[in-house]
Write a protein that binds this ligand. Sequence first.
Ligand SMILES: N[C@@H](CCC(=O)N[C@@H](CS)C(=O)NCC(=O)O)C(=O)O
Length: 223
Amino acid sequence: MTARDVTNAGPTLELRGAGRGGRAILRSTLTSPYGRKVRMAAQVLGLADRIEVIPGDTRDPEDDLRAQNPLGKIPCLLTDGETLFDSRVILEYFDTLAGGGRIIPASGKARFRCLTAACLADGVTDAALLMVYEGRFRAPEQVSEVWLEHQRGKVLRGLSALSDAPPDPTHTDAASISLACALGYLDWRRPVDWRPRWPALAGWLDAFAAAEPAFDLTERPHD
Ligand SMILES: N[C@@H](CCC(=O)N[C@@H](CS)C(=O)NCC(=O)O)C(=O)O
């Protein structure tokens, strides 16, 4: 098999599955910031009605999520007999289904800039999530201020870098989706008070929400 064969190997992975009406199944809560990335990308690319969201309880050993994704993390997409995770892979998959180059530039510098900016925003979410988990998984006397400070540094440096060079808020791609989901998560869980420090990013989020209806459409339910 030549290198060219490898890049073009295998049949297409259709977006279908055991969900209602033959839909693919997305294991995710409606509050997960990474799940929101996937739901937003599906909206943007016109794929949302081919996916059924079935919540996954990441802390429940009886939930079949752990059999689907050994890491026990959401989001996780069950499609055409395959299981795809994590959110970055699922965004790549959706982009491919939509013809390519829609939310991730197909090639060149633009592709790797977009993917790196998306990873930076995801990294902000990762660190924010670890700060939240520190309070959730440990008794108050076990909480490590050193660890919290370490993660806070990642959030703050990430936000500074993203504020200095934000993605175009009027163009929805993997980078702007990831940043919007990161900021939405920070607004909800508040591991840091980011708005006073980065008003330009607050303006960025307003501009993105105004330009991209999928942001409001994927907002977590408010009870
Ligand atoms: N890199 C993963 C991160 C996924 C992730 O950490 N999801 C959280 C929920 S928001 C989770 O499943 N946490 C449970 C755990 O870490 O055990 C992605 O982009 O999908």
